[in-house]
Design a protein around this ligand. Structure first.
Ligand SMILES: NC(=O)c1ccc[n+]([C@@H]2O[C@H](COP(=O)([O-])OP(=O)(O)OC[C@H]3O[C@@H](n4cnc5c(N)ncnc54)[C@H](OP(=O)(O)O)[C@@H]3O)[C@@H](O)[C@H]2O)c1
Length: 243
């Protein structure tokens, strides 16, 4: 049997580390320019939509799929759930729990980037920790000073169209580093996707320490599928399959 793991997250990496000895193929979308190698045979690039994904699963005799993509990788997650249901393939979504505000956090929840404009005042200095792909959507924050942290520099047209500054950096960052950055740049607001996970929470802990408000973008709705919240639960599911 061959298991397909849809990767692109640290949970996917950890899962693959626990699957040594299992016949597994990892898949990356190819959006990060130089991703660190995964501990598994890895294919890169999109499948070509619903029909391309269906063909890939059939042609490669895939017997099960773990979708360990990012909570905001909505398209891939919905395609996977739909095609696996259609083919009758065992499938789970590995998605870590969303962050929950603690005492002292000042979070404003929105469902999309456009809604941030109704919350963040004109003139504010804003840190965007939302990744490269959503940058064009932040044209809605006209009149604010934007600082976007990204892993790879965006393509020149995106860079040129973005009304703000960039900071290139690869996570994780410590709370001390985040506090220093926010102070140094005079950050007054943060915009963050509710990705969850302990490591990337440091920016939120830093915001709380500095009393900064955060606009938290809610996760997209999941399809109807079996969801597990930890790598251990995903490993248990894989081992329990009759293959
Ligand atoms: N969205 C985020 O904030 C975020 C953050 C960190 C990491 N990531 C990772 O980056 C990747 C792309 O994110 P996205 O938000 O663009 O996702 P998306 O909107 O769900 O996917 C866009 C397209 O990228 C391809 N794709 C996505 N994940 C893939 C995978 N693991 N293997 C092969 N193809 C994949 C698919 O192309 P086809 O339709 O051609 O098959 C999909 O339709 C995901 O794997 C995700 O785990 C995303």
């Amino acid at each position: 049997m061959t298991l397909l793991v849809l990767a692109g997250t640290s949970d996917a990496r950890q899962l693959l580390e626990g699957l040594q000895g299992v016949d597994v193929i990892a898949s990356l979308a190819g959006v990060t320019r130089s991703p660190a190698d995964l501990p598994a045979v890895t294919r890169k690039g999109g499948f070509g939509g619903v029909s391309g994904f269906r063909d890939y699963l059939v042609e490669n005799a895939i017997k099960g799929v773990v979708d360990a993509t990012h909570p905001f990788a909505r398209k891939m997650t919905h395609t996977t759930a739909m095609v696996c249901a259609e083919l009758g393939l065992p499938h789970i979504i590995l998605q870590r729990p969303a962050w929950v505000a603690d005492a002292g956090d000042n979070w404003h929840f929105v469902d999309n980037v456009a809604q941030t404009a109704g919350i963040i005042p004109v003139g504010a200095t804003v840190f965007l920790g939302t990744g490269r792909q959503t940058l064009p959507e932040f044209s809605c924050l006209e009149g604010r000073r934007l600082l976007a942290r990204v892993i790879d520099p965006p393509a020149p047209p995106v860079m040129a169209a973005f009304n703000g500054d960039f900071l290139i950096g690869t996570p994780p960052f410590s709370i001390v580093q985040e506090v220093a950055l926010f102070r140094d740049k005079g950050i007054e607001w943060l915009v963050v996707k509710n990705a969850g996970g302990a490591k990337s929470r440091s920016k939120l802990d830093a915001a709380r320490a500095l009393g900064l408000p955060v606009v938290m973008i809610n996760r997209p709705k999941l399809p109807d599928a079996h969801v597990v919240g930890t790598v251990d639960a995903a490993l248990k599911w894989v081992r329990a399959q009759p293959w």
